[in-house]
Design a protein. Structure first.
Lengths: 289, 349
């Protein structure tokens, strides 16, 4: 029972970070109908940013979120304005290929600068744990990152539901043409949405950097996980992505314990195929063509 | 002489050239480059049938390439099955994989197929890493010796030089080109193109969408698997990242995108651009060239940096190429050529 609880809790904690990555992807898809295959690589850029801030200036990875969030927002806005914006009306495969290309450029540029060595960011609390009782313990960095994730997610919900810009973004996602007719500047909403998506991915990168290896190719795995999360939750649904992230986190940590850690990603992908087979609209998705 | 005879003569001449080349060229490096070129053409054409003609853009062709390569190598390594028998086991395995993928993905449209194709390729890659008893895990399979190929008692080749590989590669390349040509000019090809252009319209005309998508997938997967087996035997080594990685899928797709999807010549043009370019990067030819013409000094910091890093940069180049082609030449080189020809034609009229 303790093992079960233990893996459930760590699954939920890591799931929070996954949710952040998934929300970014789903936001971009919702507003632009573009599937961002560079999403994991944007997260990887966030990891290296955190690593740089930590090694050069000694800024704690969790504090560095305050710096990396706005920087990654600008990076995302730049990507949207210079590249993605040009293919918004192109066929889906060209959008996909473009983002794959951008991802390759990012990961390989980082590889040229930092080499492909694994980097580890060691903080004083990297391996410390908190005893919860009943033989269950929680990793401190995972707990802190989960709390930050929860705060950011809450702030994002508030932004999307209560502010004018947030409502404009949701309107654009619902119906781009109608939103434009209502006087919403949809191209600006697209830049904001991509910026937010990138900022969320970058933040997720910063949050996992104390517990994860940092290397240029780390993004690919996360891009795929982000897809699984968004499809599971329903493409375009922010609530769905939040739930999907937690669910994938739990699935992963359970299968690592009860099957083996080598197979945990396979379990996730098989789950993904099953979702495609039986409920392609996802948990929260409405079927839409 | 009309245009068709000219074309046929040109085709025969280049075929004769390719067939006779190993007689007059015995530099192993030149033959190696030609083999890489043949491999690239066959990968590109295989993808082209499904992606270019039927419009189903798979980003998981590494699954077929890798399963073909692994099956042949595993059988040869563990059971001493000769490769020209193992190849067909690879094909059988790939058909099963393709039909599983097809039955799941082709009920869905658009991005779902792309996502599912990646997921399946990843499942294959992770399985190859984890099924250590079968695949030797992350270490990969090394085949030091290929048994000699005999018909009856007569020795055909013992694979001691690159020449037999050259002819196998050439045959594979020609086979994929011929099949693409056949697809392009058959009813099947018209069905594929109808599905690509407008799935609903194709459906309303009575084309069985799922059936024809699956046919396209199986043809494409089988040819890719042959290319994979050939690669495995030629290089003598397979491991998960080199035959099952996402890079492999992207590279296969890139051949068609650069050359032009859905055209017979596209994958050949794409290969002619990509193979020499990535080889030049890999072998540090570009840095040496820059040093030779005096742009960069060999011992300067830039020179050393380029020498050290440019050889790893071929994937970076793939990325840049994809971005540039999509933004400025979305129909690839063939599209560009056609546009130029159309413009000249208009001006002439």
């Amino acid at each position: 029972m303790a093992v079960f609880l233990q893996s459930l809790i760590s699954g939920i904690l890591i799931g929070g970070v996954y949710a952040l990555i998934g929300i970014g992807l789903t936001l971009i898809f919702g507003v632009m109908r573009v599937i961002n295959f560079a999403h994991g690589d944007i997260m990887m850029v966030g990891m290296y940013l955190t690593y740089l801030l930590f090694t050069l200036m000694g800024i704690d990875p969790f504090v560095s979120v305050l710096i990396s969030f706005p920087l990654m927002f600008l990076f995302g806005g730049f990507l949207q304005k210079t590249f993605i914006n040009r293919v918004l009306n192109a066929v889906a495969q060209n959008q996909i290929l473009l983002t794959i290309g951008l991802g390759l450029v990012m990961s390989n540029t980082v590889m040229l600068i930092f080499t492909s060595d694994y980097k580890i960011l060691t903080t004083s609390y990297s391996s410390s744990t908190i005893q919860v009782g009943g033989g269950v313990s929680v990793s401190t960095p995972l707990l802190i990152s989960f709390l930050i994730t929860a705060a950011i997610t809450a702030a994002l919900y508030w932004f999307l539901l209560k502010t004018d810009t947030g409502q404009a973004i949701r309107a654009t996602a619902q119906d781009r043409d109608a939103a434009q007719l209502m006087g919403i500047n949809v191209s600006r909403m697209s830049i904001i949405a991509f910026g937010l998506g990138a900022a969320l991915a970058g933040t997720a990168g910063a949050l996992i950097s104390p517990t994860y290896y940092i290397f240029p190719q780390v993004g690919a795995t996360f891009t795929l996980k982000a897809f699984v999360i968004t499809v599971l939750g329903g493409m375009g649904s922010v609530v769905g992505a939040t739930l999907g992230g937690i669910l994938i986190g739990i699935t992963e940590s359970m299968s690592a314990v009860y099957i083996s850690s080598g197979w945990k990603d396979v379990v996730v992908f098989v789950l993904f195929l099953l979702v495609l087979l039986f409920k392609p609209s996802g948990l929260m998705g409405k079927s839409r063509t | 002489m009309n245009k068709t005879t000219l074309k046929a003569l040109l085709g025969l001449a280049s075929l004769a050239f390719l067939l006779l080349l190993p007689r007059y060229v015995d530099s192993p490096y030149a033959l190696h480059m030609m083999i890489l070129l043949f491999l690239s053409v066959s990968q590109g054409q295989s993808w082209n049938i499904l992606g270019g003609y039927a419009g189903q853009h798979s980003v998981g062709h590494a699954a077929y390439f890798g399963v073909g390569a692994y099956t042949t190598m595993m059988l040869m390594h563990a059971k001493q099955v000769v490769p020209w028998v193992g190849v067909w086991a690879g094909v059988a395995a790939v058909v099963v994989v393709a039909l599983v993928i097809g039955s799941i993905c082709f009920r869905l449209r658009g991005p779902y197929f792309v996502l599912a194709s990646i997921a399946v390729a990843e499942i294959m890659r992770l399985s190859a890493i984890n099924l250590t008893t079968l695949t030797n895990g992350a270490e990969g399979i090394l085949a030091t010796e290929i048994p000699a190929f005999k018909i009856g008692e007569r020795l055909v080749t013992d694979f001691s030089t690159k020449v037999p590989f050259y002819y196998i590669g050439l045959f594979l390349g020609l086979l994929t080109i011929a099949i693409t040509y056949w697809v392009q000019h058959s009813k099947l090809g018209y069905y594929f193109q109808a599905i690509r252009e407008d799935q609903d319209a194709a459906h309303s005309l009575g084309i069985h969408i799922a059936l024809y998508k699956n046919i396209g997938l199986v043809i494409s997967a089988v040819l890719t698997s042959l290319a994979g087996s050939f690669y495995g035997i030629y290089v003598g080594f397979v491991d998960p990242p080199t035959v099952l990685g996402l890079d492999v899928s992207v590279q296969i797709m890139l051949i068609c995108i650069i050359g032009g999807m859905g055209t017979l010549w596209g994958p050949m043009l794409g290969s002619l651009v990509l193979v020499p370019l990535s080889e030049a990067l890999r072998s540090n030819m570009i840095t040496e060239g820059l040093v030779k013409i005096g742009l960069v000094s060999a011992d300067s910091r830039i020179g050393l940096f380029l020498k050290e890093n440019l050889s790893h940069a071929h994937v970076l180049l793939y990325g840049i190429l994809v971005v540039l082609v999509i933004l400025f030449m979305p129909d690839g080189l063939m599209g560009f050529v056609k546009k130029m020809a159309a413009r000249r034609h208009r001006e002439a009229v």
